[in-house]
Design a protein around this ligand. Structure first.
Ligand SMILES: [Zn+2]
Length: 174
């Protein structure tokens, strides 16, 4: 009898804790999306969503890349051949990541850039292919975008190899 009461009390406490934390997480997410971008246009406020919320928000292909670090098949993105002036935004949170004049044709079949907007990306070393690679992700939502290599063109010598499905292209006005 005593054990049974203790068990019930523990379960109630767990239930209370999980509903408390659940509320805290969604309140934080609401706050992150409600913040106004700073005047320089680079929104550095973090965007934190649950896995469920990301699934609901993204296409299955974008979810696989952004939240599961998947890689799209090469030569499948229409952004590969995009040459207009404009800006490439994160498909997860819409933070601007690259300008069109940072793009170059790498011949790899993925949209490629020799640099990124300041503060837009963060990097991390991954060992998925045994040899270390530099993974990069959006600084605002943490969404995975691709890998950066040091075989790019001047002036940086860098090649940001980006999944097209993780980007949204915004053509310049006029
Ligand atoms: Zn993002």
């Amino acid at each position: 009898m005593g054990v049974n009461i203790l068990w019930k009390t523990t379960m109630t406490a767990r239930h209370l804790l999980s509903s408390l934390f659940g509320r805290t997480a969604s309140a934080a997410a609401a706050q992150a999306t409600a913040q106004e971008p700073p005047s320089n246009g680079q929104d550095t406020s973090r965007m934190v969503l649950s896995d469920e919320q990301w699934r609901a928000r993204l296409s299955p292909q974008a979810y696989e890349v952004l939240r599961r670090e998947g890689t799209e098949r090469s030569f499948t993105s229409e952004l590969n051949d995009e040459k207009r002036a404009g800006t490439y935004h994160c498909a997860g949170c819409d933070q601007p990541l690259f300008d069109a004049d940072m793009k170059f044709d790498s011949g790899t079949g993925w949209p490629s850039f020799f640099t990124a907007r300041p503060g837009a990306l963060e990097t991390r070393t991954d060992y998925k292919l045994i040899l270390p690679r530099t993974e990069y992700h959006c600084s605002r939502c943490g969404g995975h975008h691709g890998h950066v290599f040091d075989d790019g063109p001047a002036p940086t010598g860098q090649r940001y190899c980006n999944n097209g499905v993780a980007l949204r292209f915004q053509p310049a006005e006029g």
